[in-house]
Design a protein around this ligand. Structure first.
Ligand SMILES: Nc1ncnc2c1ncn2[C@@H]1O[C@H](COP(=O)(O)OP(=O)(O)OP(=O)(O)O)[C@@H](O)[C@H]1O
Ligand SMILES: [Mg+2]
Length: 312
């Protein structure tokens, strides 16, 4: 209902990693270019890291779209809690490789044959692993071993590993030095600057159907940026709730006062502490996806928990 009030077609601040909404900041452009270059130049391993909620999965979804256009085969792993056998099984299924055995030797043989066929046809295959900070050292080592599938001149499988900053710590661990040595490109996502936050909010409103009227005042944008500290997922959350509050108050423009009130409803002390990567994936529901409350402002939820919310 508030969508109509603000002249919007859809909710612009949904917290799903929808690549249609991708706002290309300089860092995001660099990250995407780095991943694409890594794939084109057959660099073997490419890493993408960044704080919770800064757009890694959104970038990967954009990359998947690019791979589809280029007819590059992909397997997208987003559940790091799989056992080794399940991981290989899922990967083959996602590549579309039929395999009726769960024996690792058979699975690898099938994968190797399929990769060679792809190579002979001039096609590439990319394994993309999201949330890789949660993979065990053993699983990361297994993934490294996949880059041993090669012809005498070229790697057959390109691998993109994405994850929160603990992934950086993991690959710097001496136990994974062989993996570290193979990482030739490292892309990063970062919190937005104030200027980027302003562009980000405008762009999301435009894609959501806004025809250009000012919905967030300048001071409101500044307040959103300050409270969210440039983290897109938190920007979305604050903006969504600020829109709802403005609607409830029959105000067509979101003021700084409304943003302050919305941010005050969240536990920002906790955010400051918990936005560190360890706070990720606490498993609470995404508030922004809930029904619009009948009256008053939406209930209070620790923002930090939503920042680390598991998606998909
Ligand atoms: N550059 C961007 N353009 C548009 N939306 C973005 C951008 N960066 C992040 N977002 C939005 O912010 C939210 C969080 O993004 P995303 O899920 O990609 O973050 P993440 O880095 O993968 O988080 P996590 O560390 O929890 O996995 C999503 O709603 C996403 O659409
Ligand atoms: Mg993610």
């Amino acid at each position: 209902m508030y969508k109509k009030f603000f002249g919007l077609r859809e909710n612009p601040f949904n917290v799903n990693p929808d690549p249609r909404y991708l706002y290309l900041t300089r860092h995001i452009q660099e990250a995407l270019a780095c991943l694409i270059y890594g794939i084109q130049a057959r660099k073997g391993f490419v890493l993408l890291t960044g704080e919770v909620g800064t757009g890694k999965t959104t970038v990967l979804n954009k990359l998947l779209g690019w791979c589809r256009q280029e007819r590059i085969a992909t397997a997208f792993m987003f559940n790091p809690r799989l056992s080794e056998a399940e991981f290989f099984d899922f990967m083959l299924a996602d590549f579309g490789i039929p395999c009726d055995s769960t024996l690792k030797s058979r699975t690898l043989l099938k994968l190797n044959q399929w990769l060679l066929e792809q190579h002979q046809r001039g096609s590439r295959a990319i394994l993309i692993v999201d949330e890789a900070q949660n993979l065990s050292f053993e699983m990361l080592e297994e993934i490294r071993l996949l880059t041993n599938l090669e012809t005498s001149t070229e790697k057959l499988l390109q691998i993109v590993l994405a994850g929160q900053p603990e992934l950086e710590d993991k690959v710097n661990d001496p136990r994974l030095r062989q993996l570290r040595q193979r990482i030739t490109l490292w892309a990063k996502t970062r919190p937005l600057t104030l200027l980027e936050t302003s562009g980000y909010i405008k762009e999301r409103l435009r894609i959501g159907g806004s025809t250009g009227q000012e919905i967030f005042s300048l001071a409101a944008v500044e307040a959103v940026h300050r409270h969210a500290r440039g983290i897109p997922r938190i920007i979305n959350l604050i903006c969504e709730h600020a829109l709802i509050s403005s609607f409830v108050e029959h105000s067509k423009t979101v003021s700084a006062k409304i943003v302050e009130e919305v941010a005050g409803d969240f536990d920002l002390q906790e955010v400051a502490f918990e936005l560190a990567p360890k706070a990720a994936n606490t498993g609470l529901p995404i508030l922004a996806d809930r029904e619009l409350p009948q009256t008053g402002r939406p209930p209070s939820v620790p923002l930090s928990r939503v920042a680390g919310e598991q998606k998909n």
